[in-house]
Design a protein around this ligand. Structure first.
Ligand code: URA
Length: 436
């Protein structure tokens, strides 16, 4: 086989065989095929796409490039959730204990904040002592003890994706549905889940800016997963406004505490219950999503989800008493208020602009090596649809330096739109894609 023939075949619009894809992936990881040829192939895939069978084969080969977590010996079912990333998206912290409380085990591997989107690991690390780099034996033990564990991906999980993603990033080939599918799915399957729920976010604050693109990705994840024998549901949710009323690492832990205690904001809970309901269906604990939602609501109401959250924090080395002591007080020293410039209704608070402003104050990061602050962020007193009078506080923004606040402020001001009329209600859950 020759790489040039495989590139030519894809360039001319044909499908590649599993053997051809194996030649490419194995050759690339081994350093035998040069990056200029892989770059050319990536661009050919970008323009000509891939069938679900090709995407499944690529996913499988990427998966085989590294370690796969084995959860055998632990009683399942194992179901995880993956979000394509958003602003104020703290759903994992609530979902994992809630779903575990209903009898479905959640082996969760999460990522860090990057660009305007937040990261679960950074939120968890704002809890003093919480360990997010678990070895496989500890990961297994914690899942066995409390039904879920939350860790970061090791270097050994899908190394092919690390190389390919870095190359896609510099060759303008990130935005390819089959390449995104193989990248996300290979990492999720490697963590040992039997079934997956994908929260594919759509809107200005999301990776997929339009509903059509989000639908294409959700469809590809579901169909490719099915080809690989995995049960997958794709839920397309809106990411135009930040989720909830708090954005920031410890700030989002606080809001997750509220949600687990039954006093969380409606938008966060609506999506959490829907995703949780599907996780219970995929785990065989509920016949319908509505039945799953009812079980999730009971897990919150009974306090069982909260108890598991605390148990998990202790098992992962975190200090839950310190977390509760910091609740409501752990704030960076500088605070600036965003005030309503006129009376009316909040028509929009742009999640993308808030996410970008968050990078300046240290909620998120521009590159993977940047550090973040646990105690910076946004608390919104008002959200979309609320009426405001001129001068009302819309949000409090906490930061460590005037320089950071000054850099973030134009974005924060520009994120706000006030209109004379109350805006129409836009559904948060836009569409669901299943192939069960
Ligand atoms: N997230 C991933 O993990 N991979 C992609 O290709 C895009 C987003």
């Amino acid at each position: 086989m020759r790489a040039v023939d495989i590139i030519m075949k894809k360039r001319n619009g044909s499908s590649l065989t599993k053997e051809e894809l194996a030649y490419i992936i194995q050759g690339y990881v081994a350093g035998d095929i040069p990056e200029y040829q892989i770059s050319a192939l990536l661009m050919a895939i970008f323009f000509n796409g891939m069938s679900f069978e090709e995407t499944a084969a690529l996913t499988e080969l990427m998966l085989q490039s590294g370690d796969v977590i084995h959860l055998d010996g632990i009683e399942g079912p194992f179901v995880d959730k993956h979000s394509t990333g958003g602003v104020g998206d703290k759903l994992s912290l609530i979902l994992a204990p809630m779903v575990a409380a209903c009898g479905v085990r959640v082996p969760m591997m999460s990522g860090r904040a990057l660009g305007h989107t937040g990261g679960t690991l950074d939120k968890l690390e704002s809890i003093t002592g919480y360990r997010t780099q678990l070895d496989e034996a500890t990961f297994r033990k914690i899942i066995q003890s409390c039904g879920f564990a939350m860790t970061g991906q090791t270097e050994k999980i899908v190394p092919a994706d690390k190389k390919l993603y870095a190359l896609r990033d510099v060759t303008a080939t990130v935005e390819s549905i089959p390449l995104i599918t193989a990248s996300i799915l290979s990492k999720k399957v490697a963590e040992g889940a039997d079934a997956l729920v994908f929260d594919v976010k759509s809107g200005p604050g999301a990776f997929m800016k339009t509903i059509e693109d989000a639908e294409r990705l959700a469809n590809s994840l579901v169909k490719t997963g099915k080809t690989m024998g995995k049960k997958i549901v794709g839920v397309i949710t809106d990411m135009t406004e930040p989720l909830g009323r708090k954005v920031g690492n410890f700030f989002e832990v606080e809001e997750s505490i509220d949600c687990l205690k039954g006093t969380g904001p409606q938008d966060v809970m609506d999506i959490t219950y829907r995703l949780g309901g599907w996780m219970l269906v995929l785990g065989g604990k509920a016949r319908t999503v509505e039945e799953g939602i009812d079980q999730c609501k009971t897990a919150i109401k009974s306090g069982k989800a909260w108890d598991l959250f605390i148990k998990n924090i202790e098992l992962q080395g975190g200090d839950s008493a310190d977390m509760m002591k910091k609740y409501g007080n752990y704030r960076a020293p500088l605070v600036k208020k965003l005030k309503a410039p006129k009376s009316g209704f909040i028509a929009s608070i742009d999640a993308y602009k808030i996410g970008l402003a968050g990078v300046y104050i240290g909620v998120g990061r521009n590159k993977t090596t940047d550090s973040v602050h646990p105690d910076v962020g946004f608390i919104f007193d008002k959200v979309k649809g609320d009426s405001v009078s001129s001068g009302d506080t819309i949000a409090s923004v906490f930061a460590h330096s005037e320089t950071a606040l000054d850099a973030a402020w134009p974005l924060i001001e520009a994120s706000l739109t006030i209109a004379d009329q109350k805006p129409d209600h836009a559904p948060l859950i836009i569409k669901e894609i299943t192939a069960l």
